[in-house]
Design a binder for this molecule. Structure first.
Ligand code: ADP
Ligand code: ZN
Length: 740
C-alpha cells in the first residue's frame, strides 16, 4: 500500500530543504547528511533508504551528527530515497549503541547493524491471503459433492489459505475458486498473529523463607524503578529460576517489558515449558535458529511493545525494547555471553550498562558466579541474594577424583577401573550415567607410527581431528576436512596412521564394548542434524530412554535429568591447559561443578568422578571438597596479585594478514607506536597461541591497565598514530578478552 511506503521522488521541492544525519550499518563511525523534502517528517530513529556509494541502503536517522565535523556543501547533498515502514529505533537504543561502540571501540555503524539484525523488519509487510465463508449468500445452481464439503468446512467462519481448505475438503483449489466466483467465499487478508501475553498472576508458588527473602529483594528492586544489580547466588536446584520469575512477573504487572538471557537458549525447551506454566503463555524466543520472517515479526513486536517478555541469547540485548524494565541473566558466568567476532562484547556487562541507561534492575543468576560478579557483590557494588540449599533438600553430589598418575588407564582405554565399577553399579540400579568430555570427534590427533608425522590443517596451526562416523579428518578452527587417508601423506607407508587421545566418539566405542546391553546416547553438535533432533534426544534422556549419555558441553548446561545418578568427567584437565588465559581455572571450576552437579538433583544423592593428572590443583581440591568459596577465595587472590580482571583491565590487539612477514612487521610497528604511560603496560607483540587460522597469520599485543584508568582513551590515542594499513592487514581489538 502506498501510504505504508512513502516514496520521496519530488527532488524539485528540495531547494533550501532541511537535512538529517543518517547512520549506516557498516564499519563506519560517522553519520552522513541527507536532504529531506518539505512536508516529510523523519524523526530520529526512523529507518530510511538512502543512496550510499553505488547502492541504495537502509540507514537510521540519528539524533545528532557524528564524525569529522567537516561541513559539506549543501548543494552536494543527496536526498533520502524513501522512508521505511518500520517502528523507529527508540532513543534509548541509540544511547546504548553509542555506549557499546565507545566501550568496545567498534564503529557505531557495526553496533547499529547488530540492532538491525532482522532484515524482514524493514521489508514491506507481506500479507497472506485466505478465504472465508460469506454468510447468507445464495448457493450456486450447480452444487457438487466437493462444493458441499468445502462449504461445510468453511461454515465455522475461519479464514483459511486456499490450499489448506482444498486439502481439508479433498478437492482441487479450482473448486475453491469456483465458490469465490459465485460469491460464497471471499478472499481476505489473514490477520497477523498476535503475541501471546504472559500473565503475571497465572500461577503461584509457595516459597521457603530464604526464597521469599530473595523474592522480596528482587521485587523491591523492580518496584524501585531504578538501576541496581543483584547477584542471585544459589546452588543448582535452589530455586533461582522460580525466584526470578517473580521479578519478571512484577515487571510485567507494572507494564514493563522483561528480558531473560540464557546461554544455550536453543536447547532449553524445559525452560520454555516452565515459563509457560508460570505465566500461562510461552515467552518469545530470540536466537539464531529463528526463520528470517520470525525475526522480523519479533523485532517489530518488541519495538511496538507487543512483545512483553523475551527469552534470548546474547543478541537479544540489542532488540529495540521500548519499555524495558528488567533484565535477568541466567548462568551469568557462562562464556557464551562473550561475543568474539565483529563487535567484541560481553553481553552480561553490556546488560548492566543497559540497565543503568534505562534506570531499571539487572539480575545475575548463577550457582558458580564469575569472579567479576562475585567481587562486585563482595565490595557492595552489587546486591547479593543467596539461596543456600537445594529446594528438594537432596544433598549435593559426592565427588571424587581419580588420580590417573596412580590408577593407570589400560592402553587404548579412557575410563579408569573405578569409574567403570561405578557405571556398572549405576546400571544395576537402573539409573543413568553421564560421561562428559568436551571434545568432539574420535581422536584429537592422528600420527604416523613409521615416521612420526602429525596430520595438521593446511590453513591453521592445529591438528586435524578424526571424526570416525563421518570418516573424515576435520579442523575445528576453519572447518577444513579430508577423507581419512589409507597411508601416511608424508612417508607413504600404508596402515601406519594411529589415533591418539580420546574424543566423545572414542569414549562411545569403549562404552559399547564394556556395556554392550546399555542404551547409549551420544550428544555432540556435529552428529545431530538440527535443533529438533537435539531436543528429541534430550527429551529421551529425561524420559529415561537411555542408560549412558556421552556428551560434550551441550549436556553440561541447563538440563535437569531426573534419573541421572552418576557423572564421570573423562578428562578433567582439558580446560586447565590454556596457558595464558587468566580465566582457565575459573572456567574449569565452573564446568566441572556444573557437570558433576547434574547428578542426583531430585530424589537421591548423586556421585561424580573426575579423572585428572592434577589432583593437587586448587580447582580439583575445591571440586572434591564441594567448597566453592575456597575456590573463589583462591582465584580472587590470584587475580588481585596479578592485577587481572576485575582488579585490572585488559585489551587484546590481534594483527593478522596472509603474509607471515608482513604480519610480524606490522605488529612490531604498531607496538613501537604505543603511547608512553606510567601505569599502562603493553605486552608483546608475540605470535598468537594459534598462530595461523584460515591461512591468516596472527600476532598479538596485550594491554594491561589498572582498574581506574580510561583504557579506551589510551587505545584511541594510540590508534590515531597508526598509519594507513596495507590492504590485507586486519586489526581487531578485544576489550576484556576471554580466550588468548
Ligand atoms: P535453579 O534455577 O536454582 O537451578 P529451580 O528454580 O530450577 O532452581 O528449582 C529447582 C526445582 O525445584 C524445580 O523443579 C522447581 O520447580 C522446584 N522448586 C524450587 N522452589 C520451589 C518452591 N518454592 N515450590 C515448589 N517447587 C520449587
Ligand atoms: Zn584449519
Amino acid at each position: 500500500p502506498l501510504d505504508s511506503l512513502l516514496e520521496i521522488l519530488d527532488n524539485g521541492a528540495l531547494s533550501g530543504a532541511r537535512s538529517v544525519p543518517v547512520l549506516m550499518p557498516v564499519a563506519l563511525d560517522q553519520t552522513y547528511d541527507y536532504l529531506v523534502p518539505d512536508g516529510v517528517e523523519v524523526p530520529p530513529g526512523s529507518f530510511v533508504l538512502v543512496p550510499f556509494g553505488p547502492q541504495t541502503r537502509i540507514g537510521i536517522v540519528w539524533d545528532g551528527q557524528r564524525g569529522d565535523g567537516k561541513a559539506v556543501d549543501p548543494k552536494k547533498l543527496k536526498s533520502l530515497t524513501s522512508l521505511i515502514d518500520a517502528p523507529r529505533l527508540p532513543e534509548i537504543s541509540m544511547r546504548f549503541a553509542e555506549w557499546v561502540a565507545r566501550y568496545t571501540l567498534a564503529p557505531l555503524g557495526m553496533v547499529a547493524r547488530m540492532m538491525m539484525s532482522a532484515d524482514a523488519a524493514f521489508e514491506p509487510p507481506k500479507h497472506r491471503f485466505g478465504v472465508r465463508l460469506v454468510e447468507g449468500a445464495p448457493l450456486p445452481p450447480k452444487m457438487t459433492q466437493a462444493r458441499t464439503r468445502v462449504l461445510e468446512i468453511a461454515a465455522d467462519g475461519l479464514i483459511r489459505v486456499k490450499s489448506d481448505l482444498a486439502n481439508l475438503a479433498a478437492c482441487s483449489t479450482g473448486v475453491i475458486d469456483g465458490l469465490a466466483a459465485s460469491g460464497n467465499l471471499v478472499e481476505v487478508a489473514i490477520p497477523e498473529r498476535v503475541f501471546p501475553r504472559p500473565q503475571p498472576a497465572h500461577a503461584t508458588t509457595d516459597f521457603t523463607d530464604k526464597q521469599a527473602q530473595a523474592v522480596a529483594t528482587l521485587v523491591a528492586a523492580v518496584d524501585a524503578k531504578n538501576f541496581s544489580v543483584t547477584l542471585l547466588d544459589g546452588v543448582t536446584g535452589s530455586g533461582k529460576t522460580e525466584v526470578y520469575f517473580e521479578a519478571v512477573a512484577r515487571a510485567l504487572e507494572v507494564g514493563d517489558q522483561a528480558l531473560i538471557m540464557l546461554p544455550e537458549i536453543a536447547l532449553t525447551s524445559q525452560f520454555l515449558d516452565r515459563f509457560a506454566q508460570r505465566f500461562g503463555a510461552p515467552p518469545v524466543e530470540w536466537h539464531s535458529a529463528l526463520s528470517p520472517a520470525e525475526r522480523g515479526r519479533i523485532w517489530k513486536g518488541v519495538a511496538r511493545g507487543d512483545v512483553r517478555c523475551v527469552v534470548g541469547a546474547r543478541s537479544a540485548l540489542f532488540l529495540p525494547f521500548v519499555q524495558l524494565g528488567l533484565i535477568v541473566i541466567d548462568e551469568e558466568h557462562d562464556q557464551g555471553f562473550k561475543q568474539e567476532d565483529r563487535v567484541h562484547y560481553q553481553a552480561r556487562d553490556m546488560a548492566v550498562v543497559r540497565g543503568n541507561l534505562g534506570k531499571f534492575p539487572v539480575v545475575l543468576a548463577s550457582a558458580t558466579p564469575s569472579i567479576e560478579s562475585h567481587v562486585n557483590a563482595l565490595v557492595g557494588r552489587y546486591r547479593h541474594a543467596v539461596l543456600p540449599g537445594r529446594f528438594s533438600g537432596v544433598a549435593m553430589p559426592d565427588v571424587s577424583l581419580i588420580d590417573l598418575k596412580a590408577e593407570k588407564l589400560e592402553p587404548g582405554k579412557w575410563l579408569a577401573q573405578r569409574l567403570v565399577g561405578a557405571i556398572t553399579e549405576t546400571l544395576e540400579k537402573d539409573q543413568q550415567t553421564l560421561l562428559f568430555l568436551n571434545r568432539r570427534g574420535y581422536a584429537p590427533l592422528t600420527l604416523c607410527r613409521a615416521c612420526g608425522h602429525r596430520l595438521e590443517c593446511p590453513q591453521c596451526t592445529a591438528w586435524l581431528v578424526e571424526h570416525r562416523f563421518k570418516k573424515k579428518l576435520t579442523c575445528h578452527h576453519c572447518g577444513f576436512s579430508l577423507s581419512l587417508p589409507e597411508k601416511c601423506p608424508k612417508c607413504g607407508e600404508p596402515g601406519t596412521l594411529v589415533a591418539c587421545g580420546p574424543g566423545v566418539e572414542r569414549v562411545q566405542e569403549e562404552v559399547k564394548e564394556r556395556f554392550p546391553d546399555a542404551r547409549v546416547a551420544l550428544l555432540s553438535s556435529d552428529l545431530i542434524p538440527g535443533l529438533a533432533e537435539m531436543r528429541e534426544i534430550i527429551r529421551g534422556i529425561e524420559a529415561r530412554e537411555f542408560d549412558i549419555i556421552i556428551g560434550t558441553q551441550i549436556v553440561a548446561k541447563g538440563h535437569n535429568f531426573p534419573g541421572l545418578a552418576l557423572v564421570g568427567v573423562v578428562d578433567g584437565d582439558l580446560g586447565l591447559a590454556h596457558g595464558a588465559d587468566p580465566r582457565s581455572a575459573e572456567r574449569t571450576f565452573q564446568l566441572l561443578h556444573q557437570v558433576t552437579g547434574r547428578a542426583g538433583r531430585t530424589s537421591f544423592v548423586g556421585r561424580g568422578f573426575v579423572q585428572t593428572y592434577s589432583t593437587d590443583h586448587p580447582v580439583m581440591q575445591a571440586i572434591v571438597a564441594g567448597d566453592r568459596d575456597a575456590f573463589l577465595n583462591y582465584e580472587v587472590k590470584t587475580r588481585q596479585s596479578g592485577l587481572l580482571p576485575p582488579y585490572g583491565r585488559l585489551a587484546a590487539i590481534v594483527i593478522s594478514a596472509r603474509d607471515k612477514a608482513l604480519t610480524e612487521v606490522t605488529a612490531r610497528d604498531i607496538a613501537r607506536r604505543a603511547p608512553q604511560s606510567e601505569v599502562i603496560s603493553v605486552l608483546g607483540p608475540v605470535e598468537a597461541p594459534i598462530a595461523v587460522v584460515r591461512g591468516r597469520h596472527r600476532w598479538r599485543l596485550l594491554v594491561k591497565a589498572p582498574r581506574d584508568v580510561d583504557l579506551q582513551a589510551y587505545l584511541r590515542a594510540w590508534a590515531g598514530t597508526i598509519p594507513k594499513l596495507k590492504s590485507d592487514v586486519r586489526i581487531t581489538v578485544d576489550i576484556d578478552p576471554y580466550n588468548f
